[in-house]
Design a protein around this ligand. Structure first.
Ligand SMILES: *Cc1c(COP(=O)(O)O)cnc(C)c1O
Length: 359
């Protein structure tokens, strides 16, 4: 039986990448070692890291005046690193509040400065994203932070905010590499790897060079972008195996035609699922149509008493990790790059069958 894993993260990886990792596990390219056993400063691993960076730059079109950092600590560490590095003597920053991850970023930023919440969708249980005409931006803000894809709520923002000369910062943990973006519109982009990049343990930060080097006093060495930029992400030991695997994912994405091609496939998958949700009132999506995430699709059954039966039947068919986040309940299907169209078709077919037998 083919298993389709709909986990929100750590999430499904491309099968071809896993097979390559397996083939290279014991003896990477004749080195006699696994990548896990290599010195991060040896020429083998330095080559792996350089190639991963070059491929990521090519995929995303990262301009030369941006640094790509391979860090650890997850997106959650960036909730602190962003204010520590970007406040640059200013008193506060602007934050958009569209859900659980925005709230966590806001809470952490408050430890370092004043937070101006430019807009919030809390009034409607974070089921939409306020458009920019509803934002109250502070022209003196050090930066504007937002979460283009709320992984738990399934709310995605498909337009790029206009913030003039104020740097735009995005937590792209669950949307990075799902579609092309214009990196030059951002001051900082960060993402934990375990959603749409690779194994947990790696955190990617893309930062415009002029924003580096003005940390708040007392910033720990490991939280300073400049330290990592000056040391090519090798100030300390990076998450070597995760970075190697992410590098293979980048090659897999390039071989499939890059991010424009991924966007087409991702839209096809998301449309299949949202069309199925819209076709019946047995299922429903809580998210406003214009903000329906391409990557994370929460949905509910009309009768929550059927949730357990739905999950059990799904699992019997190899459709796993569909249970919604503990804070919202219901179901959530995460359909990242590595989820094949066939997996979404299998889910939609099962939903139809389940409705017939329980509707
Ligand atoms: C998963 C996630 C996080 C937390 O990531 P960690 O790597 O576990 O710290 C933060 N923001 C978003 C949008 C996420 O999806």
């Amino acid at each position: 039986m083919t298993i389709y894993n709909f986990s929100a993260g750590p999430a499904v990886l491309p099968r071809d990448v896993l097979l390559q990792v397996q083939a290279e596990m014991i003896n990477w390219h004749g080195s006699g070692m696994s990548v896990m056993e290599m010195s991060h400063r040896g020429k083998e691993f330095m080559g792996i890291a350089a190639e991963a960076e070059a491929d990521l730059r090519e995929l995303m079109g990262v301009p030369v005046h941006y640094k790509v950092l391979f860090l650890q600590g997850g997106a959650s560490s960036q909730f602190a690193m962003v204010p520590m590095n970007l406040l640059r003597g200013k008193t506060g920053a602007d934050y958009l509040n569209t859900g659980e991850w925005s709230k966590k970023a806001i809470k952490e930023a408050k430890r370092y400065g004043a937070v101006n919440v430019v807009a919030t969708s809390e009034d409607k249980h974070f089921s939409y994203a306020p458009t920019q005409d509803q934002w109250k931006l502070d022209p003196d803000a050090a930066y504007v932070h937002y979460t283009p894809n709320e992984t738990i709520g399934g709310v995605e923002i498909f337009w790029t905010p206009e913030t003039g000369s104020v740097p735009l910062v995005a937590d792209m943990s669950s949307t990075i590499l799902s579609r092309p973006i214009d990196v030059s519109k951002f001051g900082v982009i960060y993402a934990g790897a375990q959603k749409n990049i690779g194994p947990a343990g790696l955190t990617i930060v893309i930062v415009r060079e002029d924003l580096i080097g003005q940390t708040v006093p007392g910033t720990p060495t490991m939280f300073d972008y400049k330290i990592h930029a000056d040391n090519e992400s090798m100030y300390n030991t990076p998450a070597t195996f995760s970075l190697y695997t992410a590098g293979l994912v980048f090659k897999w994405l390039k071989a499939r035609g890059g991010l424009a091609a991924m966007e087409n496939t991702n839209r096809e998958k998301a449309n299949l699922l949202y069309d199925a949700l819209d076709a019946t009132d047995f299922y429903s999506s809580p998210v406003a149509k214009e903000n329906r995430s391409l990557m994370n699709v929460p949905f509910t059954l009309k009768d929550a008493a059927l949730d357990e039966a739905f999950l059990k039947g799904a699992k019997e068919l190899g459709l796993i990790q569909l249970k919604g986040h503990r804070s919202v309940g219901g179901m959530r299907a995460s359909i990242y790059n590595a989820m094949p169209v066939e997996g979404v078709r299998a889910l939609v077919d099962y939903m139809g069958e389940f409705e017939k037998s329980h509707g």
